[in-house]
Each structure stands twice: as C-alpha cells, then as structure tokens.
Ligand binder design. Structure first.
Ligand code: ADP
Ligand code: NA
Length: 330
C-alpha cells in the first residue's frame, strides 16, 4: 500500500474509556483507517509504569480492545494489537534507551507531570523511560505520521531526534516520523468543573461520561452539568465554559455545527440543550455498550482477533528489529 503509515496507542484503563477519549482520539482513528495504513496498539507495557493488579490489567486490556472494535476499528482495515504481544517493542526500547541522553529524557514534561502525581516512591524508572518506549513503538513500524494530541508533541520530537541519531550512526534504518496533530478533534471538559479537561484521573464520577455508563446514568450527568448563571446558549469558552462544552459534545455527536446549534437553541434557556443532549448521549452509549458486551461475551474470538493483529504487526516489527540488531553488532 502507498498510503502513509500511522501508529497510535492507547492505554488500557480500568472501567472504560470516556467521552473525551472517544471524541478526542478514537473517533479519528476510525476515520484514518480509510485513508492511512493504520497500526493501533493497546499499550499495556505503558500501563505498568504505575502499579496494576494482574487480573485487572488483563480485563482492562480486553475491554480496551472491545471498545476500540465497538467504536468502529475494523481488523480488516487496520492492524489492531496488544503491545505486549509483540516482544519487539520491549527489545527495541532497550536499544533506544541506549540512544537517548539522560538529560533529553529528563526534559519530558509529561514525565515531570506524572512523576509529580506519583511522588518519589511511586515514580518508577519505567515511568521515566516510557517516552523512550514510545519512541520504539513508533519507529518499529516505519510510521510516517503519529496522530497525537498537542500534549504528546514533545515525544514525537524525541522520536525524530533519536531516529536521526541512530540513522546517522548506523546508516539509514528508521523512518523519521512527523507529528500529525489531530484536527477537528473536540477537547472535552469536565462536566462539573469545565476549567479542567475530562480525565479519568482528575474528573469526579459526575464530571465524566464513560462510554460504558448506563444510558440513564450518562443522561443524568449531562443534565446535571455545571453551567453559568446566564441564559443565552452561545459558544464562548471563556465566559461560558460549561455551555460551550455541552455544545462541543452535541456538535461532535450529531455532526451539526456550533452556529447551527446556537440558532437551534436561540431564545431558549439551558434546559432544552441539556435535555436533548442527555438523550443523544444516552442513545449513543446504549448500543455502544451492547457492542462491547458482544465482544466480551466471546473472549476466544476477541483473543483471536488480537492474535491476528499481533501477527500482522510482527510482520513489520520483526524484520526491522533484526536489521537494528545486525547494525548494532548483535
Ligand atoms: P486521560 O487524560 O483520561 O488519562 P489518556 O491520557 O489516556 O486520557 O488519553 C487517551 C487519548 O484520549 C489521548 O489521545 C488524549 O489526547 C485523548 N483525550 C483524553 N482526554 C481527553 C479530553 N478530555 N478531550 C479530548 N481528548 C482527550
Ligand atoms: Na492524559
């Protein structure tokens, strides 16, 4: 195929993905299957940078894969796999660790943020080098582009620097990838505190819509979203962050534009916006949950899909690792 290659990963999370994950990332992955040669990984190696319960991690990994399939990833049109099923990730990561300067790794702001949250005792060396594992994840597939949010741009720069360093020392080996900052992605904010993004770690249960929420529970969260004391439905993130967030979600789930929505709700208070959006969200999560449950009810079939994905991934990863090992002198 002459389509550009993309690689993206998402961590398995206990419970489920949230609306921000879907509208900010996964939905774009689904679209990219049509235009790109897409590789998508459930990055369980990254998940163990913080403590995980074994059965919980196993369940979260299957749940993540089931959600990606339910969201529309098609194993016939993309390569969907679990990172730990492809041992070349960890193998290449070691080599990349030895190509990365300590100071370079120390400048990663994501590490600084995450380690601040974990505290000194909770911060593992794995957390420190996880950006380097990400370097390996990307380089292993000759990815041309890496669809990421703005917060990951620094890791793509690191990937480019390390790839160029290796290529310079050992001869051209790696494709030097470009960040593909996703356009048209909605950034979704916490329903109870729209000054922060919707996040599994920072949001309260009422502030976050999980894709696996009961439809009625999801609807209730939308209806009780915090809005300002004004009365006009207008998109104005600075003055009306709560209402603007609801409009963003509404637009993303229906395909209507923000101006169309402002017109639709002109002259109305916030009530109708919330009631309608609550119904839209409930109608979205209900069939999504059923599709996910369908995959989880047949773990053997799900595991077979993931095994085929890992085989397809290794067809690319194994020869590249062999080339790297050979060039290094192994
Ligand atoms: P969380 O912030 O909940 O821990 P992750 O960091 O695991 O989520 O993010 C997984 C993907 O979802 C990333 O591509 C990230 O950019 C995207 N994402 C996460 N939260 C949001 C949000 N509130 N709005 C839009 N995209 C988001
Ligand atoms: Na995040």
């Amino acid at each position: 195929t002459d389509r550009p290659r993309v690689l993206s990963g998402i961590q398995p999370t206990s419970g489920s993905f949230h609306l921000g994950n879907y509208l900010g990332a996964v939905r774009q992955w689904v679209a990219l299957q049509e235009t790109h040669d897409a590789f998508y990984a459930v990055v369980d190696l990254h998940a163990i940078t913080v403590p995980q319960d074994p059965e919980g991690l196993r369940a979260s990994t299957r749940l993540a894969a089931a959600q990606l399939l339910a969201a529309g990833l098609d194993p016939e049109r993309c390569t969907l796999f679990v990172q730990s099923h492809v041992p070349e990730h960890a193998q290449l990561a070691w080599v990349m660790n030895c190509m990365t300067q300590f100071g370079e790794a120390g400048r990663m702001t994501q590490f600084k943020d995450k380690s601040a949250k974990q505290g000194a005792e909770g911060t593992t060396v794995g957390l420190f080098t996880y950006p380097v594992l990400q370097v390996a994840d990307i380089l292993l597939y000759h990815a041309d582009q890496v669809p990421v949010g703005e917060d990951q741009r620094q890791h793509i720069e690191l990937t480019r620097d390390v790839a160029e360093r290796f290529n310079g020392r050992y001869g051209r080996t790696f494709t030097v990838p470009a960040a593909y900052i996703l356009k048209d992605t909605a950034k979704i904010y916490d329903l109870q505190d729209p000054s922060i993004k919707m996040s599994k770690s920072a949001s309260s249960p009422k502030g976050i819509v999980n894709l696996m929420d009961e439809p009625r529970a999801a609807a209730k969260k939308i209806k009780s979203a915090v809005t300002d004391t004004g009365t006009v439905v207008r998109f104005d993130p600075a003055a009306k962050p709560g209402v603007s967030n609801l409009l963003t979600i509404y637009a993303a789930l229906t395909g209507l534009t923000i101006p169309e929505l402002e017109q639709k709700f002109a002259g109305q208070l916030y009530g109708p916006l919330k009631t309608e959006l609550a119904e839209i969200v409930a109608d979205w999560v209900a069939p999504f949950r059923e599709r996910v449950q369908g995959y989880l009810d047949d773990p053997a079939a799900l595991d077979a899909v993931l095994a085929r994905g890992a085989d397809k991934a290794r067809e690319v990863a194994a020869p590249l690792l062999a080339e790297v090992y050979d060039k290094i002198g192994f």
